[in-house]
Design a protein around this ligand. Structure first.
Ligand SMILES: Cc1cc2nc3c(=O)[nH]c(=O)nc-3n(C[C@H](O)[C@H](O)[C@H](O)COP(=O)(O)O)c2cc1C
Length: 367
């Protein structure tokens, strides 16, 4: 029987357990997307706290495009030296570290005026109402190249893998989605076509990094909004990516709209029936593909996760808000599987001064 705390090998990475830190924008990098001492400390604390594979917050791959402030950048070779120090620090603490590569697109409120924002088609984003500029074939090729160069930099900086961010209504997930992608060329229409940019990015990354360097993807199980990517199509996209040799598939879901139910950072995840909220989708993908499947979203109970390991083909679980609140949650679960996370999923961790658990913010204000 697989165990939550056994060591495994994921595409050549030795992982000390089956718990990961899902990419989580910390809002702590500087104006150029460089590592700051606070961001470094935050990530090292998570490494000390027991997580097996740590994804810092999504990193922007072109200098011109950054969907949110305080994100890490991987758009230039000058980003590499600081990140090298980070990866070394994480490795010294027994964890592996990967980098999530992102192009944001129209899911942004950050300086949307006056900068170029690409999208598959000129469809207003349902939450931000930003209308992107439809990408020309040349734009697509230059973005594919930007992802590949970013992956090469991540590899040189010592990251053990990269992850393509194709969730949550950011650009790559928009290409998959019939709501956002209304193209009539080779990148729109059929699911094969809507997946073409993923295929090209994967091939370009492999060319840049070599074939043994692990490339994972975080993908929407469905957009969970009218007209968006369906669960059946997402499953098919996972099959296509699996056939191309993707090394791991993290299952999330949802697009931010004006309807709170479509949001992927679901609040008030306390009762067991609200936990691990994309489980049925991850179970179906795990049955259909060879690549290891990682489930994210509302994982709150180590005993439930072990039970999923026992009864499904899901191989790993990733955590976001609980590690903002308790960076050492994984070690606590190792020592006591009944430990209840401190995180109440109140979503008050979003803070312009750097994301922090509301309990810690209140304690700091009192001190
Ligand atoms: C503050 C914050 C920042 C996030 N940043 C990212 C990100 O950079 N990339 C990403 O794929 N998901 C991001 N997410 C989503 C989480 O990775 C995760 O999918 C979601 O919070 C559900 O997991 P949880 O219940 O463990 O928090 C973020 C979530 C939060 C709360």
């Amino acid at each position: 029987m697989p165990s939550l705390f056994e060591s495994t090998n994921l595409a050549g990475m030795t992982l000390r357990n089956r718990l990961m830190r899902s990419a989580t924008w910390e809002r702590m990098a500087d104006g150029q997307g460089r590592l700051t001492p606070r961001l470094e400390r935050t990530l090292l604390d998570i490494a000390e706290g027991g997580a097996a594979l740590i994804f810092p917050g999504y990193a922007f791959v072109t200098a011109q495009e950054q969907p949110n402030p305080g994100m890490l950048g991987i758009y230039d070779d000058a980003c590499v030296p600081d990140l090298e120090r980070l990866t070394e620090g994480v490795h010294q603490r027994g964890a592996a570290i990967g980098l999530q590569l992102a192009y944001g697109g129209s899911f942004t409120n950050y300086r949307p005026e006056g900068r170029l924002i690409w999208g598959p088609s000129a469809v207003p984003h349902p939450a931000t109402e930003v209308v992107p500029q439809p990408m020309s074939l040349g734009d697509i090729q230059s973005l594919v190249e930007a992802f590949a160069l970013a992956a090469g930099r991540a590899q040189r900086a010592g990251f053990d893998c990269v992850q393509m961010h194709s969730s949550h209504g950011y650009l790559l997930s928009q290409f998959l989605s019939p709501y956002f992608n209304r193209r009539e060329d080779a990148y729109g229409g059929s699911l094969e076509n809507r997946c073409r940019i993923h295929r090209e990015i994967l091939a370009a990354i492999r060319r840049e990094t070599g074939h043994s360097y692990p490339v994972l993807i975080k993908i929407n199980s469905a957009d969970h909004m009218p007209g968006g990517l369906s669960a059946a199509e997402s499953l098919e996209a996972c099959r296509i990516l699996d056939g191309l040799g993707i090394d791991g598939i993290e299952i999330s879901g949802g697009v931010r709209t004006k309807d709170p139910d479509t949001y992927f950072v679901k609040p008030h995840i306390l009762k067991p029936e609200r936990q691990s909220y994309y489980r049925p989708y991850a179970e179906a993908v795990a049955r259909a593909v060879k690549a290891p499947v990682i489930l994210v979203g509302g994982n709150r109970d180590a005993r439930m996760l072990q039970q999923m390991l026992d009864t499904t083909a899901i191989a790993y679980f990733s955590l976001s808000r609980t590690l903002i609140s308790e960076p050492d949650l994984v070690n606590r679960w190792r020592d006591d599987s009944a430990h209840q996370p401190r995180c109440r999923s109140c979503n008050q961790c979003f803070d312009p001064a750097g994301h922090i658990c509301v309990l810690d913010r209140k304690a700091a204000q009192k001190a």
